[in-house]
Design a protein around this ligand. Structure first.
Ligand SMILES: Cc1cc2nc3c(=O)[nH]c(=O)nc-3n(C[C@H](O)[C@H](O)[C@H](O)COP(=O)(O)O)c2cc1C
Length: 227
């Protein structure tokens, strides 16, 4: 089945959300492969394409990952609930994460995104190249999903025990599972994300010189060309 990826990139980026609540309806394999083809167009160190993707649809495998996900969520959720006491956004996130924990095995498909190579990342630059070679592809996968209104979420907690994740997925040494992207047709809608104004996180010339503090890009005066 060919799908239409023509959504404008700005719209896809502005409305990309972590979609956790999805229907159990199946996703055509050809759609998943189109998404992963777009994922593999991403930049990566030395074009070594050090990625492997395991598409999980088998209920037995999904159940094992669901148990892993639930185990870690049960261990950390008290801490998240405490953080959410005076924070409605965090409360919403916790409710959605609980939904995901309760329904993990019902996602029609999930993609385990793996890095192929050494697990040692001692120097920060090696670390950057290591994870930097898988996360652009993951973001492509998320944006491509957004473009076709397929719900997607980047999750990590199901992989908290690497030894067990390896066994569940039959991964050999040297294939490091990094992220589980859950996929499914959304129950709700995609919508704008809630982020700090861009000016809060951008410095000019030197760290912490913040002329745009509190401002979004649309609130910044157009500079006169002095050249
Ligand atoms: C490195 C990383 C790890 C994440 N791990 C999880 C996870 O284990 N479970 C989960 O439900 N969401 C996970 N997320 C999704 C974040 O919670 C989500 O991107 C964030 O809350 C922003 O959501 P929004 O884009 O809908 O505003 C992770 C995201 C990143 C980038």
């Amino acid at each position: 089945m060919q799908v239409d990826f023509s959504m404008a990139i700005g719209e896809a980026m502005n409305t990309q959300r972590a979609i956790r609540r999805v229907k159990p309806d199946p996703i055509d394999d050809t759609i998943i492969l189109q998404l992963l083809e777009l994922a593999t167009r991403a930049p990566n160190a030395k074009n070594e394409q050090s990625w492997e993707f395991v598409v999980v649809k088998d209920i037995a495998v999904k159940k094992q990952l669901a148990t892993e996900n639930r185990t870690l969520w049960n261990m950390v959720k008290k801490r998240f609930e405490k953080k959410g006491r005076d924070n409605p956004a965090m409360q919403k996130l916790n409710v959605a994460t609980q939904w995901a924990a309760d329904n993990f095995e019902n996602y029609p498909a999930m993609v385990v995104c793996c890095y192929k190579g050494s697990t040692l990342a001692l120097h920060p630059l090696i670390g950057t190249q290591y994870y930097g070679s898988i996360f652009p592809a993951i973001q492509n996968l998320l944006l491509a999903s957004r473009a076709i209104n397929l719900g997607a979420n980047l999750t990590t907690i199901a992989l908290w025990n690497q030894r067990r994740s390896r066994r569940i997925l039959g991964l050999p040494r040297g294939i490091v599972p990094c992220v589980v992207v859950t996929l499914g047709w959304p129950i709700g809608n995609y919508g704008p994300s809630c982020r700090k104004p861009v000016g809060d996180v951008v410095s000019l010339d030197r760290y912490n010189n913040k002329p745009w503090l509190g401002k979004s890009s649309g609130e910044i005066e157009i500079q006169k060309d002095t050249a």
